[in-house]
Ligand binder design. Structure first.
Ligand SMILES: Cc1cc2nc3c(=O)[nH]c(=O)nc-3n(C[C@H](O)[C@H](O)[C@H](O)COP(=O)(O)OP(=O)(O)OC[C@H]3O[C@@H](n4cnc5c(N)ncnc54)[C@H](O)[C@@H]3O)c2cc1C
Length: 471
């Protein structure tokens, strides 16, 4: 709960200057970082490059009480509030120019109930940290394809990863959450307590409050059969890969990245820079059965490299380069099919890219994710069959317009009958695309819930859902 004395002090302070950093330092156990501090630049850096915002203050909160105090500070000063967990927001929403960054990255406690197959996880954990800790017990909750992504943002948007067909979205394993709302209340939220809010935070992003802890279902996922498979990118390979992945048992979740081969030592030099399929395959089940299911993928063409093998599930998140901050133009969408002619068109577009790297990422959905009723959570794309993310990664900011135009053109060519969008892969795409993430009644319901829990839109630096009849 907001500390009244501190709030009043801040209010007085805010009447003269917006913030007093020395005073804030007396109010928080967590780090308070401002311009001029040696770690300021590092603390305002986010995953994506080209985002150079200078917040007034970054507060690395220690607990839910400190979260409530930061919210009070934002209300009282009127400064824009950005909420950060893992810092991977595609739009860079987790850092605000001149604003307050509520940084949860120090809140990383994890309590695993091995017997009960559940875990309480603080929102500052990354997918990799959680997966490694749970994996030590042969257990897992599905997150995304990258270990450094924060469970905070990923979970609140839905969570599509390597267990999506077997166990559904990350939110399908969310049993409860602790949320600090705009007015500083700390709420326990689950199917029986604040069910409207529980519905909204399963897909509605950071619009409704700050999630400090999540309670997840864990599944027995000890060893898997999976890893990276590199294949030549031909229309036939791509189309057949997609057909196989759709027909495969739900134990298998597959991602195909069609992209130029990076200069990795395990890829023959003659392929470097040429278009390939870099596939990630995870068969969450018996290794022998996994090998049998993956055999037809391996037989699509002579693999350029085959790193598919029995492994422990946490190995799907290999160590990442610390200072990798790509600048990207991107578009996320769903499609119904990728047949030979669509695959040919994908290759033609990728060949025409002048970016450092043009990529089409194809993710086959279905399975457990699709069995949850469409209106059960705020993630409304249960029936979508394939998620496609197209991106151009480039170096020079002045090339932005060129690569954005290439992405837009590519996306237009790919558009089929599914007009939806996955909120977690949206960038600064504008209101129409946010509406595409929350079609029809989902939007109306989210706006009503927003009006109840955040009527002044304190949480607006996100893929924003304005309150019904509000601002
Ligand atoms: C390299 C990469 C790979 C990805 N792969 C996948 C994938 O495989 N599957 C998938 O589903 N998504 C994936 N994503 C998208 C990812 O889920 C979103 O970018 C997500 O928002 C990142 O969460 P974060 O906590 O790291 O980011 P942050 O930038 O810290 O947060 C993003 C936004 O979420 C909100 N938010 C974050 N934490 C909280 C909180 N605790 N309480 C309230 N609001 C909060 C805020 O609005 C914030 O601006 C990927 C992104 C990247 C960059």
């Amino acid at each position: 709960m907001a500390n009244k004395t501190n709030s009043q002090a801040l209010q007085r302070e805010s009447n003269s200057t917006p913030l007093s950093i020395p005073q804030l330092r007396t109010m928080f156990h967590g780090q308070v970082i401002a311009s001029g501090d040696s770690d300021y630049d590092q603390a305002r850096t986010v995953f994506y490059g080209g985002i150079d915002r200078r917040p007034a203050v970054i507060i690395r909160v220690k607990d839910a009480d400190e979260v409530a105090r930061v919210l009070a500070l934002a209300r009282e000063t009127g400064l824009p509030l950005a909420v950060r967990s893992g810092g991977h927001s595609v739009a860079g929403h987790c850092v605000a120019d001149g604003g307050i960054v509520l940084d949860l990255s120090e809140m990383r406690a994890l309590q695993i109930d091995v017997e009960g197959r559940t875990a309480w996880a603080e929102a500052g954990l990354t997918a990799g940290e959680y997966t490694t800790a749970a994996g030590a017990h042969g257990l897992a909750t599905g997150f995304g394809d990258t270990g450094s992504v924060g469970i905070g943002g990923l979970t609140l948007g839905g969570g599509v990863g390597y267990l999506v067909r077997k166990y559904g979205l990350t939110i399908d394993d969310l049993l409860a959450a602790e949320v600090v709302t705009a007015d500083g209340q700390m709420l326990h939220v689950d199917a029986d307590t604040h069910p409207d809010l529980f519905w909204a935070i399963r897909g509605g992003g950071g619009n409704f409050g700050v999630a400090t802890r999540f309670k997840f279902q864990l599944h027995e996922v000890g060893s898997i059969f999976g890893g990276m498979l590199f294949l030549p990118a031909t229309p036939d390979v791509i189309a057949s890969f997609m057909a196989l992945a759709e027909a495969a048992p739900e134990e298998l979740s597959a991602i195909a990245n069609v992209m130029p081969a990076p200069p990795m030592p395990f890829l023959p030099a003659e392929y470097h820079g040429k278009l390939i399929v870099m596939a990630m395959l995870v068969y969450a089940g018996d290794a022998g059965e996994g090998e049998r299911v993956i055999a037809p993928f391996r037989a699509l063409a002579t693999p350029i490299a085959d790193m598919v093998k029995p492994m422990q599930y946490p190995e799907i998140y290999p160590p990442e380069q610390g200072e990798y901050h790509p600048v990207a133009a991107s578009h996320t969408m769903f499609v119904d099919h990728i047949d030979r002619s669509v695959a040919e068109m994908i290759l033609d577009h990728l060949k025409s890219s002048t970016a450092m790297m043009g990529v089409a990422q194809l993710r086959v959905l279905g399975g457990a994710m699709a069995r949850v009723p469409v209106n059960a959570t705020a993630f409304a794309h249960r029936k979508s069959r394939i998620m496609v993310n197209v991106a151009a990664l480039y170096e020079h900011p002045e090339e932005k317009a060129t690569h954005e135009a290439w992405v837009a053109n590519f996306a237009e060519a790919l558009q089929q009958s599914d007009n939806g969008a996955y909120v977690n892969f949206l960038g600064e795409d504008g209101e129409a695309r946010i509406r595409a993430a929350y079609p029809g009644q989902t939007w109306d319901r989210l706006q009503e819930i927003k009006a109840r829990y955040d009527p002044t839109n304190l949480f607006h630096l996100n893929q924003n859902i304005p309150p019904a009849n509000g601002k």
